[in-house]
Each structure stands twice: as structure tokens, then as C-alpha cells.
Design a protein around this ligand. Structure first.
Ligand code: HOZ
Length: 426
């Protein structure tokens, strides 16, 4: 028995499913989770000494790789000054200024502790600002685990095959309307039926929690147009795409201006951070200026801010950071596509920038329904093969593959060889 197996046996006695977040239980890939001891650059090492090239990267934020020396140094310095004050600090101002400078749609921002909190708060602000209750979300998009968002959600909810969570009072989700990703007519129908009651449309500008599903031409533009026409707010959930597709996120990448934006872990350099922001007139609804209440002792925590500022500055100041990451990812994904096409297995590769996902289906994947056609058993088999070859992929079909700046050509070449070996047997 390995140490990971022993730890997992003990973990299930004390934690539901042995984990603190469902996907990491490895349930859908029929494996025992690897207990991670450390991360360095592009690699993580488990408690048994297994070393893996990490394509999960803490679900996105480790875009520079693990334990980046400048981020670590900033954290250690901040720790030296104290861990939490629950009071205003200079670092919060630096972080807010950085986000407002880098993301043109954001004039004011509020820090929170996770993407879930950011979305929950942004939705409240949208309701407070418009005086309306209904929200449109898309099947397969995941916006964290607040009550109103657990309707046809992606990520772990989709992996578990549960469309709606138990424990959500019907009153909390009755104002959540669901539309089809990449299908503007499904959104138009909802607006024509009850446009005057819709506070906001919330969308992942690249679906990244039903696997990776890029927006089709005109989809995001259409959402912008419909929201403007009906007086609803457009919320971009950039928990995955923010500072991943570029310094101004998916909104800069696709050239669409949302009214509100949510961010997650990437702005904390991997520490527990989230944020929401937008136009001044909307953000001035938030307490203590306005009537929408939202608060938190740990929001803007000085250690988390130090990590986030260090990471954002590195992203901003490294010449051509995103061009290089995207070129490297593009070359890699093109080769993955060639391999998948040669195999007898039917696979679809979706990718944008440094985000990708290989679906085990013949159908092009453009929404929740087509993502669900993927053969999850085949994905599990592929996952196991890759893990054995030292490549750590998401333990679910419905998550993204994150390329990091720390990955070398050699690392990616080794990944391709492992994939080729797998596809040759299929
Ligand atoms: N898709 C989730 C992150 N956006 C996976 C992380 C988790 O649920 O633990």
C-alpha cells in the first residue's frame, strides 16, 4: 500500500469522501488521489515520491509554475509583518489599483476570498443595482457553490452527474434561469418572456468547467447586445480566464466589455483570493457606500495580497509573457490534435490560449449537451495512463488542462509521447 492510499483510507474517516472539494477525490477516474507534498516549477511531488508534470496547476492560478521564487519571497516578507489584521492595509490599495489599471471595464473592485464569494456578491450587486431578481446562467457553466448558482452547474456537479444540488431551497434557485451555451436564441427567448425582471446574465466567457468550450463567433457580442437592450448587467465570470488569456482576461482577448467581472485564485497567486469589480456607479452600490451588504475579515488578507501582487506584477512586467505562453500552447495543442486525429479513438480537442481539453466524443463540443456525449470511462483510462507516465491531468473529463509558463518544450514533448503511446494502443 502506498502512503497516498494509507492517507486516503484515513481521510475518508474524517472528511466527506476524504477530501475538501469533490473533484480531487478522483472518483470519476477510479483512482486513489495522490497526496501532494510539494510543488516546484512545472512539477508536483506526492508523498510517495511520485513526480508529475502538473496540468492542473491548482485549477489555474499557478500560471508561473509552483513556488515561484519572487512570489514566495513576497509571501515570506508579508508573513514577517503579521498574518491578518482585519483592518485596511496598503497592499489592498496596490492590488485594487493594479486590477483597475489592467482591466479597463473595472473602475472599482472589492476583494473577497474565493471565486464562489466573488460571484455570490456580484449577483447580489447586480440585483441591488437593477432592482430585479432573475439571473440567466448557462448549463455547464460553473460559478462556485452558492445556492443560486447550483443549477445545471459544470465542474464537480457535472462530473457527479447531479444537475442540481440537494439542500438548495427552491426559493433560492427559482430566479435562476438556464440558457444553452453558444445559443443566443435560448437567451433571447428568456429575455422576451421576462426581460424586465432579469438583473443579469452571468457567463464564463470561455466555458472551462464542462471541459473547455470556447464561445462561438458572435455569442459574447450577442449577450452584450441583449443585456444592453433589456437593461440587464453582463457579468463575466473570469475565475478561470482572468489573467490567463491575457492581462485583461477574456474580455480583452475577445474585445467585449462586461458590466461586472469576477476573479478567483489567480489574483492571489494560488492563495485563497477572489474579487469582483466593475463600473463605479455599479460598485458604489456596495457597503459602506451603498445599500448592498457584503463583508469579510479575511478579505484583502495581507499575505494573500502580497502573493497576488507579486504574481500580477510578474505577469505584467515579463516581456511578451502571454504571446510566448500562447505560442507554446498553440504548438502543443496542434500536435495533440494530430495525435488524436490519427488514433482510432474519436476525440475532439478544444483549446484557447493556454487552456485545453480533450473530449472523448465524435461530436464537436460547443455546449453542455455535447460535452456530456464524451465517454467518461475512456477519459478515465486515458487519465490513468498519463498519470503512470508522470503527467498529472484533471481527474475529470469536465475540467480544463492548464499549460504553465514553467513547462519546457521537453516537458510538453514528453507529454505528447505519453499521449502517442496511449493512442497507439487505441
Ligand atoms: N472546476 C473547479 C475550479 N473552477 C475545480 C476545483 C474544485 O472544485 O475543487
Amino acid at each position: 500500500m502506498t502512503k497516498s492510499e494509507r492517507l486516503f483510507e484515513e481521510a475518508v474517516c474524517y472528511m466527506p469522501g476524504g477530501v475538501n472539494s469533490p473533484v480531487r477525490a478522483f472518483g470519476s477516474v477510479g483512482e486513489t488521489p495522490r497526496f501532494i507534498e510539494r510543488g516546484e516549477g512545472a512539477y508536483i511531488t506526492d508523498v510517495d515520491g511520485g513526480r508529475y508534470l502538473d496540468f492542473v496547476g491548482s485549477w489555474g492560478p499557478m500560471i508561473l509554475g509552483h513556488n515561484h521564487p519572487q512570489v514566495k519571497e513576497a509571501v515570506l516578507k508579508a508573513c514577517d509583518r503579521g498574518l491578518s489584521f482585519g483592518a485596511a492595509t496598503e497592499a489592498e490599495v496596490t492590488m485594487a489599483r493594479l486590477i483597475c489599471e489592467l482591466v479597463p471595464s473595472i473602475e472599482m473592485v472589492r476583494m473577497v476570498n474565493s471565486g464562489t464569494e466573488a460571484v455570490m456578491s456580484a449577483v447580489r450587486v447586480a440585483r441591488g443595482f437593477t432592482g430585479r431578481d432573475k439571473i440567466i446562467k448557462f448549463a455547464g457553466c460553473y460559478h462556485g457553490h452558492s445556492d443560486a448558482m447550483l443549477v445545471k452547474a459544470g465542474s464537480g456537479v457535472m462530473t457527479a452527474g447531479v444537475p442540481d444540488s440537494a439542500g438548495v431551497p427552491s426559493g433560492c434557485s427559482q430566479d435562476t434561469l438556464t440558457a444553452v451555451y453558444n445559443d443566443l436564441s435560448s437567451v433571447e427567448e428568456l429575455f422576451s418572456a421576462c426581460g424586465g425582471e432579469i438583473a443579469a446574465v452571468i457567463v464564463e466567457p470561455v466555458g472551462a468547467n464542462m471541459g473547455v468550450v470556447p464561445p462561438t463567433e458572435g455569442f459574447l457580442e450577442g449577450l452584450r447586445m441583449l443585456c444592453t437592450r433589456y437593461g440587464a448587467l453582463l457579468i463575466f465570470d473570469e475565475v478561470i480566464t482572468g489573467f490567463r488569456l491575457g492581462l485583461s482576461g477574456a474580455q480583452g482577448y475577445f474585445g467585449i466589455t462586461p458590466d461586472l467581472t469576477t476573479f478567483g485564485k489567480i489574483i492571489g497567486g494560488g492563495m485563497p483570493v477572489g474579487a469582483y469589480g466593475g463600473r463605479r456607479e455599479i460598485m458604489e452600490m456596495v457597503a459602506p457606500v451603498g445599500p448592498v451588504y457584503q463583508a469579510g475579515t479575511l478579505s484583502g488578507n495581507p499575505v494573500a495580497m502580497a502573493a497576488g501582487i507579486a504574481q500580477l506584477k510578474l505577469l505584467k512586467e515579463t516581456p511578451d509573457f502571454y504571446d510566448k505562453l500562447h505560442q507554446k500552447s498553440q504548438a502543443f495543442f496542434e500536435k495533440v490534435e494530430e495525435l488524436a486525429a490519427k488514433s482510432q479513438y474519436s476525440c475532439q480537442l478544444n483549446h484557447v490560449g493556454s487552456l485545453g481539453c480533450l473530449f472523448f466524443t465524435k461530436e464537436p463540443v460547443r455546449d453542455y449537451a455535447s460535452a456530456k456525449t464524451s465517454d467518461t470511462k475512456a477519459y478515465a483510462e486515458y487519465f490513468k495512463h498519463m498519470l503512470q507516465a508522470g503527467i498529472y491531468l484533471a481527474p475529470s473529463q469536465f475540467e480544463a488542462m492548464f499549460v504553465s509558463a514553467a513547462m519546457t518544450e521537453e516537458d510538453l514533448g514528453r507529454t505528447l509521447t505519453a499521449m502517442e503511446n496511449y493512442f497507439l494502443t487505441k
